[in-house]
Design a protein around this ligand. Structure first.
Ligand code: COA
Length: 273
């Protein structure tokens, strides 16, 4: 566990901070001493995160924002600076996703997901990056990927393409902004039990079971497991790490492609059968 003052005095923006992984990261950053600005489309859920942080004795602010709109992103940065005076950390977590055959995906469906994930990540990174460059104190940007950024994601072509773009952005900005002491990293979570992902990706009990079975650790991840890794990556404990994408998936993507049944047979051999 990271010490309680790990992010003391830091100011963090978390997009999509009203629910799921974004909320878990916002709460954990606050627990570690950060002042947190949560941005997203639904004010009510943002306010819920803020009130939970305030109950812990922390400081937080909700800023309604659609990351697809550059003017709203500029407003987010301006309001954060006004309230907390600076920005040290940005987590590009806002996302949209649904399962749809590529041949059935509408232009609007494509644009909605690519707009939030790829465009939104760039708009936020650019706006916050400019502030961090001007502040001359460095900073941390953390992007949330998915492992299908590498493997492709049948059934989620919009999200897979957008996340692959964000992976390229992570590596590009890590090098481009290293001169300003801005570190840019990413986390690729596997299946984590959140309401949003559950509804979008494993809505039925059977789908849930199949996903769980495909994870070598044989369970879903928990939001706090992502939030702890996120806290580490944006903290000084990770001060020489940049351009990295950390997979946190219980081994899910490594489990693909092995000979079916081989593991079970190995176990039988081990038992002398
Ligand atoms: N299947 C097929 N198409 C879908 C869809 C689905 N399940 N959900 C949305 N779309 C299409 C819509 O039909 C629309 O296209 P159309 O105008 O051609 O009909 C287009 O996507 C935009 O939908 P709309 O609801 O107007 O857009 P939105 O910007 O409000 O939100 C999402 C779209 C996908 C981003 C929405 O589901 C969302 O806000 N999700 C956030 C939470 C989330 O997805 N979490 C998942 C984490 S893994």
């Amino acid at each position: 566990m990271l010490p309680k003052d790990t992010l003391k005095e830091r100011v963090a923006i978390v997009t999509g901070g009203g629910t799921g992984l974004g909320k878990a990261m916002a709460l954990e950053f606050a627990r570690l001493g950060a002042r947190v600005v949560v941005a997203g489309r639904k004010l009510e859920s943002l306010q819920q995160t803020v009130s939970e942080i305030e109950k812990m004795g922390g400081k937080a602010l909700a800023v309604p924002t659609d990351v697809r709109e550059p003017a709203q992103v500029e407003n987010l940065v301006a309001v954060t600076k006004q309230r907390f005076g600076k920005i040290d950390i940005l987590v590009n977590n806002a996302a949209g996703n649904f399962i749809c055959r590529a041949e059935d995906l509408s232009v609007n469906g494509w644009r909605a997901v690519v707009g939030i994930v790829l465009d939104g990540t760039f708009y936020c990174s650019r706006a916050v990056g400019r502030e961090m460059i001007a502040q001359k104190t460095g900073g941390n940007i953390l992007n949330i990927l998915a492992t299908y950024a590498w493997t492709g994601g049948p059934g989620t072509v919009h999200s897979a393409c957008a996340k692959a773009g964000v992976l390229a952005m992570t590596k590009t900005l890590a090098v481009e902004w290293a001169r300003y002491k801005i570190r840019v990293n990413a986390i690729a979570p596997g299946p984590v039990e959140t309401e949003g992902a559950g509804k979008a990706l494993w809505a039925s009990p059977e789908a849930h079971r199949l996903v769980e079975e495909a994870v070598p650790l044989k369970r879903f991840g928990q939001s706090i497991e992502i939030a702890r890794a996120a806290s580490y990556l944006v903290s000084d404990y990770a001060s020489f790490i940049t351009g990295e994408a950390l997979v946190i998936d219980g081994g899910q993507w490594l489990g693909h492609g092995h000979y079916l049944g081989a593991l079970e047979r190995l176990t039988e051999t081990d038992r002398g059968l």
